[in-house]
Design a protein around this ligand. Sequence first.
Ligand SMILES: *[C@@H]1O[C@H](CO)[C@@H](O)[C@H](O)[C@H]1NC(C)=O
Length: 330
Amino acid sequence: MKVPVTSLVLMIAVLTVVQLSCNSAWAQFIEEEELDLLFGFYHRTCPQFEAIVHRKVKQWVDKDRTLAPALMRLHFHDCSVRGCDASILLNQPGSERKAEESKSLRGFELIDEIKAELEKKCPKTVSCADILTAAARDATVMAGGPFWMVPYGRRDGRVSIAKEAKLVPMGHENITSLIEFFQSQGLNVLDLVVLSGAHTIGRCTCGSVQSRIYNHKGTGKADPTIDPKYLNYLRRKCRWASEYVDLDATTPKAFDSVYYKNLQKKMGLLTSDQLLHSDHRTSPIVAALASQPHLFHYQFGVSMAKLGNVQVLTGEEGEVRSNCNFVNRY
Ligand SMILES: *[C@@H]1O[C@H](CO)[C@@H](O)[C@H](O)[C@H]1NC(C)=O
């Protein structure tokens, strides 16, 4: 076969670019290794760890599909305050878990059940932070999302302060404060837009959107950035603040990139969802993810892996709790 010289040059140029991007991916991988988290962290001390988490999460999610997004949210709340250190699981007066912002979090009983079984099989070995991270990954896969390898070795924090739960984004923030918050966690704008895509599944209470549909910024009117038909639907659906409403109005059960298409049609539920489409810093990413479902699927795994490594405690820091609800007493 005769190949013109020009196309050979082109091919080499393309291959060089591929090579370069592989190298930078590798460099990133090495950097992550320096966190002291390891893929084989429990290989010798608790080889059944991931299988136990997987079995329990499957058991519970098969019975109640809504637990999948709940576990992803619990993990996000954990990592957002003092890093992924299971501080959200501490069940004591004045802890994050007792804050108003944590009231609708769920999945605690499942984590307790996994921990109890692990304490039987490999006592005092697996941290609650690692259990929650693994459970959030498995929940993502069960919801139809991507799989990613989770490195382990996170240690459990001893500090949990209710006031700090206010740091967690709740859906009414502007894009500047969201970008700044993500940056403070070592996450970038792409991670912000991609992780918001978790709203392709899951629900929230109508209470979170009532001001948006009835009294936007004290005007007595709805937020003008809501599609009129969608607004009608929301007003019918949300007569009571305690009702639930899907975050993805069109395909709430499928883990897909339709969430981003909805934003382009002014059908984002939370203020912070809809702003992703209108803000110039995030809208190009929304457009890219809306039109490339595979890109969303792939990048969601990448961004979740990054989220799971936020400010982790390792080595001799923190402890491995015996009960996820309480700091060890000794
Ligand atoms: C964004 O929100 C922050 C925190 O509530 C506020 O201080 C800031 O003024 C807001 N920025 C804009 C552009 O609205």
